[in-house]
Design a protein around this ligand. Sequence first.
Ligand code: GLY
Ligand code: MN
Ligand code: MN
Length: 434
Amino acid sequence: MQRRLLATMAALSVAAILGTALWAGAWEREPLSVFHERRARLIRETGGDGVVVLFGLGEADVAASVMPFRQNEEFYYLTGWNEPGAIMLLMPKARAPGSASELGEEILYIPSHDRSEEKWTGPKLAPTDEAAPERTGFPAVHDISKFDAELEAALKHFSTIYTELSPQPESGEDCFQAEMVDKIRDKAPRASLVDIRMTIGGMRAVKTEGEIALIRKAVDASIEAHFAAMRAVKPGVWEYEIAALMKYEFERRGCEWPAYPPIVGSGFYSTVLHYDLDSNQMKDGEVVVMDVAGSYGGYASDITRTLPVNGHFTPRQREIYEIVLGAQDAALKAAKPGMYLGHHGYKGLYEIAFNYINTHGKDSHGQPLGQYFIHGLSHPIGLNVHDPMDYNRPLAPGMVITIEPGIYIPEENLGFRIEDDVLINPAGYELLTR
Ligand code: GLY
Ligand code: MN
Ligand code: MN
């Protein structure tokens, strides 16, 4: 957050000098009432028979010496709280049999002031600060040292603890989760622990208006980065120069960081899906895949374009490019509520794209090209570039997904991917990356 403020100040002064209008502002988040509503819904979804405990990440959990602090996604989704070392405890209200469960106490536990630490990482909110409830949206903000005793007291009324039991590999937080779960087991050996991750994942799949607005900002800044890259790509340019230029372009427009490690791969490396070394020099006659996008207010965008390095496709390059584009068009035309992202017969967007690729063009041995479409067609985006999703759930309004067919033929040093971000709406879809 510190870093963001400085970046914003720098962007504002550059904007003032250049007289240009850049996106500006500190870390943007939805109103605190939205996070409270999510907590209330979560209690309803659990049935109100237990407490919910979620742990935020600590400074040490995210290699803070080399990376800015980034909150656990589920924790952020339910609290909007972006400072390290916090815990959330939710309790349902006591209720009459048959009535709906309602959120009762909601407590945010945060560390007390550590003035010497704050000299390094900046001023932090402490539970004793008068503004704590207003700043957090939690009616009760307690010192973290009270958590153990208050959880124990809550467990006199509830025997179930809903928490995160399964790791989310995308966030690299596996060790952290296991350690915290062990701590709860130690503290409450008689309580039954139930995994809450699928429930929160189901909520995250359909975005609020506020989340969609943040994704739009990530998308818009990343589109400008792609335009800058299109102007800069030419023979002799290094892949890392393009990656650096793109990061500069979306970060100066308010994105806090790349939504994933930038992938800029030319020649043979256009065929390597998650090639993020970006260490080769682009050559005349090659194509370059640029899968690069930023994250704004914690929300990812995910965009890929494939260009001829010298500005002109060869006939073969154009042929493959047009097939990928045709596959994307076919999938887009079918994108609407009720369809599925993955393999799902005629209702699966993947099948539609695969069948297009497999019935257009041939490899150098006369074989169909379906075998060269080696990844999924689509995934949801949100707080994670690969947001949680039950692929057996049909598309619904408010879901934001990528559509990203690709063909990769290493034998010909030809890799093509075109990736766009799409908001599903009642009528079908809106192409956010238009
Ligand atoms: N940029 C990662 C992906 O497209 O899934
Ligand atoms: Mn993607
Ligand atoms: Mn991508």
